[in-house]
Design a protein around this ligand. Structure first.
Ligand code: SF4
Length: 625
C-alpha cells in the first residue's frame, strides 16, 4: 500500500479523515508516480508558504483558508527558489555528494513496509560523505519562531535553547557540559523544548521530518544497512530572518551572497534528538492509520487541535464538513479574546473546540455566570437584544483627538520568501501599492478627487517611486496617519525609512502620526486612560454589533457601518491582491492592465471604507461633519 509522507500527515489526524477521503484499497495498492508525489507535496508546501506570508495577520489567515485553490501556483516559483538556494548552500557547507532536484526526478526516495502499508518519501536534499548522511527537509518559513524559544531567570537576560555554529543551530543540551542552568532553569528549558514536539503547533515541520526518519530507518533496516543509521543526521533548512539582501543581481536574478554580517540566506537546524524522541509518536500514528484504514468509519469524532482550525495545517474537511455543527454566527467561539476559556462554578475551565465537543456550541449555551469579562457580557447582551453597544463618550473623545488632514492609508505588500530588493530580508512585507484618501476637514473627502493611488506596474523595484508619491501628497508636519491596524502601515514606513535614508526624516515624521481606526471602534487602553477614562472603562470595547461575530476585521466592520462590499470586486482581499501582483510576469499586456485596474479598485476601496466608517462613527456620536 502506498502512503506518501503527505498522506501520512493527513491520515493520522483522526479516524474520520481516512473515511471522508474515501481511501480505498485500489488506490493504496497503486504506485505513486513522482509527479503525483510532488504535486501533493507542492500543494501542502504552498499552503505552508502562504501561512508564513500571513503568519501574524488574522485577516490574512481567513483569506488563506478561502484561497485553497490552483491560484496558489503563482507562488510556486518562490517556493522552488527556496529549495534551490538550500541545495546550493548544502553543497557549499557539506562535503560529499549532494542530491536535490527541482524539475528533474533524481531526488532520493525511500520506501518502507510497515504492517503491510508501503510508506514512501522523497528527500528534499540528500547529502552523503564518508562519515555522514544528511537528510535535509526544506521549508519556506523562517527561523524566527524557533529562535523565540527563549528563557531566563527573572529580571535577567533571555537565552535561546539553540546554539548557532557555522550556520547550524543545535539544541544546547547536545553540547557536552553546556551550562544550560546558568542561563535558565532546566525545567524551563525542557518546557520550551517540548514545544518542538507538538505537531499541531511549533513542531509541525519537525514532525514531518520525523516521519521521514521513520521511513528511512525502516528502509535501511530492511535492506541490511543498519550500520548507516548511526551516521544519519536530520536537518530542517529554513530561511534566515536576519539575512539582509545587498542588492546584487546577475542576469537580473538576485544573488544571495553572505550578507555584511556573514549571515546566509538559509540556515539549518540539526534535529537528531528531537526526531528521535518523536519516533514513538510516529509509530503510534502509523498504527492508528493502519486501524483507520482497516475499519473505515466516517462517524463524527470530537474536534481537536488536529483539525488545525485557523492554523497552517487546517484539515481540508474542517470547513466543509466537520465544523458544520458550529453555528456560522455567534457561536460559543465568538467571545473576544477567550482563548483562556471560561471557568465554571467548580473552577473547571472550558475552552476552544472543547466547548463545542461538550455541547456549548452557541454563544447562548455558555452559562451567564461563566462570563466574568465585561466585554463578553456586552457581546452577549448585544446578541440577545439585537442592539448595538456604543460608548459614545469614548468614541467622541477619540475622534476629537484626530488632527486634520486625516491621511487614510493602506499598503498592499508582497512578502516574498526570498528577498527581491536591496535591504530586504525573507518575508519582508515589500509595498507595491498604496491608496491614500485625504480628509482635509471632518467629513470632507471625495472618493475620486481626494484619492492618491500608487501601483507598481512591474515586479521590479519601484519602492522609491512609491515613497516619493506618498511624500508628495502628505504634509508630514501635520495631520494624522490613519489606518485599520495602523501598526502594519507604520511598520512598512519604518522599514522604508531604514532602507532609503534620504527619506528617513520625513517618513519617520509620518510614522509618528499614526492612529488606528480600531482605537475608535474597538479599544486602546492606554489611549483612553490618557484621555482621563477609568481603567475599567478604558479596557472595555467602544462598540459592538452582533454582525461583527467576534471580529473587528474590515470585512466584518464595513458591512456594519456601510453598504460598501468587497463581494462584487474582482480582487476581494489581500491574498488575491498578492497573487495578482505575483502573476504580473506571466500575464499578457491586456490581462495585466485589467488586473491592475482591479488592484486599484480594491485598494481604493480599502481606504474609502475607512472614510465611510469614520463618518458613520461621527454620526453615531452626533458630531458635526
Ligand atoms: S476536521 Fe478534524 S474531525 Fe474532521 S476529518 Fe479533519 S481532523 Fe478529523
Amino acid at each position: 500500500m502506498a502512503i506518501t509522507k503527505t498522506d501520512f500527515l493527513e491520515y493520522s489526524r483522526c479516524p474520520r479523515y481516512v473515511a471522508l477521503e474515501k481511501v480505498n484499497q485500489d488506490r493504496l495498492e497503486a504506485d505513486v508516480s513522482y509527479e503525483e508525489y510532488k504535486n501533493k507535496e507542492y500543494e501542502l508546501a504552498m499552503e505552508e508558504l502562504l501561512f508564513s506570508m500571513f503568519e501574524n495577520n488574522e485577516e490574512g489567515l481567513e483569506d488563506k483558508i478561502n484561497v485553497r485553490n490552483p491560484q496558489l501556483e503563482a507562488m510556486l516559483d518562490y517556493y522552488k527558489r527556496v529549495e534551490l538556494e538550500a541545495g546550493h548552500l548544502t553543497e557549499k557547507m557539506f562535503p560529499g555528494k549532494t542530491v536535490y532536484a527541482l524539475e528533474t526526478k533524481n531526488q532520493e526516495s525511500f520506501d518502507a513496509s510497515y504492517r503491510g502499508m508501503k510508506l514512501l518519501c522523497y528527500v528534499d536534499i540528500y547529502n552523503e560523505c564518508q562519515d555522514e548522511i544528511n537528510i535535509i527537509e526544506v521549508k519556506a518559513t523562517t527561523n524566527k519562531k524557533y529562535l523565540q524559544l527563549q528563557g531566563g531567570y527573572p529580571g535577567k537576560e533571555k537565552y535561546s535553547i539553540f546554539l548557532k555554529e557555522n550556520n547550524i543551530f543545535t539544541l544546547k543540551e547536545t553540547h557536552k557540559d553546556y551550562p544550560i542552568e546558568k542561563e535558565m532553569p532546566k525545567e524551563q528549558y525542557e518546557n520550551l523544548k517540548s514545544k518542538l514536539l507538538d505537531r499541531y503547533q511549533l513542531g509541525a515541520y519537525i514532525y514531518d521530518l520525523a516521519v521521514q526518519r521513520f521511513i528511512i530507518e525502516r528502509e535501511y533496516l530492511a535492506s541490511n544497512n543498519a550500520e548507516k543509521l548511526k551516521k544519519i543526521n536530520y536537518y530542517l533548512a529554513v530561511l534566515n530572518a536576519d539575512y539582509v539582501f545587498d542588492g546584487t543581481y546577475e542576469n537580473q536574478e538576485p544573488v544571495y551572497h553572505p550578507d555584511q554580517n556573514q549571515e546566509e540566506l538559509i540556515t539549518f537546524f540539526k534535529l537528531n534528538e528531537v526526531t528521535e524522541e518523536l519516533q514513538a509518536k510516529v509509530k503510534q500514528d502509523a498504527d492508528h492509520i493502519y486501524e483507520y484504514l482497516k475499519n473505515s468509519n466516517a462517524a463524527r469524532v470530537p474536534l481537536t487541535k488536529s483539525c488545525g482550525m485557523k492554523k497552517q495545517n487546517v484539515c481540508k474537511f474542517f470547513n466543509p464538513i466537520c465544523s458544520s455543527i458550529i453555528p456560522k454566527k455567534n457561536s460559543a467561539l465568538t467571545y473576544l479574546n477567550s482563548a483562556q476559556g471560561f471557568k465554571d462554578e467548580q473552577g473547571h475551565v472550558h475552552k476552544g473546540l472543547g466547548l463545542i465537543n461538550e455541547g456549548y456550541v452557541s454563544m447562548f449555551d455558555i452559562p451567564k455566570e461563566w462570563l466574568k469579562n465585561k466585554n463578553h457580557r456586552i457581546q452577549r447582551e448585544c446578541c440577545e437584544k439585537h442592539e448595538a453597544y456604543k460608548n459614545i463618550e469614548k468614541i467622541k473623545k477619540g475622534i476629537e483627538n484626530l488632527e486634520y488632514p486625516i491621511y487614510h492609508l493602506d499598503f498592499e505588500t508582497f512578502p516574498s520568501p526570498v528577498p527581491r530588493f536591496k535591504g530586504e530580508s525573507p518575508f519582508t512585507q515589500s509595498p507595491f501599492e498604496f491608496s491614500l484618501h485625504i480628509e482635509r476637514k471632518p467629513g470632507v473627502c471625495d472618493k475620486e478627487k481626494d484619492n492618491v493611488l500608487f501601483l507598481a506596474t512591474t515586479t521590479k523595484d519601484e519602492r522609491e517611486e512609491l515613497i516619493k508619491t506618498l511624500l508628495e501628497h502628505v504634509d508630514v508636519n501635520k495631520g494624522t496617519l490613519f489606518a485599520q491596524n495602523v501598526s502594519f502601515e507604520k511598520g512598512r514606513i519604518k522599514e522604508l525609512a531604514t532602507m532609503f535614508s534620504k527619506y528617513r526624516e520625513d517618513l519617520m515624521k509620518l510614522y509618528d502620526r499614526g492612529f488606528d481606526l480600531l482605537w475608535l471602534v474597538k479599544n486602546k487602553k492606554e489611549f483612553y486612560e490618557n484621555l482621563g477614562f477609568s481603567k475599567e472603562e478604558s479596557e472595555t470595547i467602544n462598540y459592538y454589533h452582533e454582525n461583527l461575530n467576534g471580529s473587528y476585521s474590515i470585512k466584518k466592520t464595513l458591512p456594519v457601518f456601510s453598504d460598501l462590499s468587497y463581494e462584487n470586486l474582482e480582487v476581494k482581499n489581500g491574498t488575491e491582491a498578492i497573487i495578482e501582483y505575483a502573476k504580473y510576469d506571466k500575464m499578457s499586456k491586456e490581462e495585466r492592465e485589467i488586473k491592475q485596474e482591479a488592484l486599484r479598485i480594491y485598494c481604493r476601496q480599502d481606504t474609502w471604507a475607512m472614510v465611510e466608517i469614520l463618518n458613520q462613527l461621527r454620526k453615531i456620536c452626533q458630531l458635526d461633519v
